[in-house]
Unconditional design. Structure first.
Length: 133
């Protein structure tokens, strides 16, 4: 006989063995302690399977609750940052503490590059300009 792996197959196999023991009780009298032990193990396995399924359901419920709590927390944090902007002002550098970007002037961002005059229209690019005398 091949091996069975799924829980349902194992339980069904054990139940079949127990039924066979009951049907042949006279012959299997010497194996009565083993039958009782298998019945106890079968009950323990069913109980453990039930607890496992309950734990899976609880885990799924807790996962949903955690997702909702995180969603609510993100929303409250967003509102709190908005309140900080309203209280401190949108340009206040203290907003950085709230992980909110203040509005900054663009003055310091650009560097002035020196402007080079374009060559005169009539002179070639490599030619020297005439000296004024």
């Amino acid at each position: 006989m091949g091996s069975t792996n799924s829980f349902a197959d194992v339980v069904l196999d054990w139940e079949d063995v127990l039924v066979a023991c009951r049907n042949n009780a006279e012959v299997m009298r010497s194996a009565e302690p083993l039958r009782l032990e298998l019945e106890r193990i079968l009950g323990t396995a069913r109980d453990a399977k039930g607890r496992k399924e309950a734990a899976i359901a609880l885990k799924q419920q807790l996962t949903q609750e955690l997702k909702q709590v995180l969603k609510d927390g993100r929303e409250v944090a967003r509102r709190l940052r908005g309140a900080a902007k309203a209280q401190l002002g949108t340009k206040n550098e203290a907003l950085v503490e709230f992980k909110a970007r203040p509005i900054r002037d663009r003055k310091g961002r650009r560097k002035l590059t020196p402007v080079t005059p374009a060559p005169a229209a009539g002179t070639p690019a490599g030619a020297a300009e005439p000296k004024a005398e």
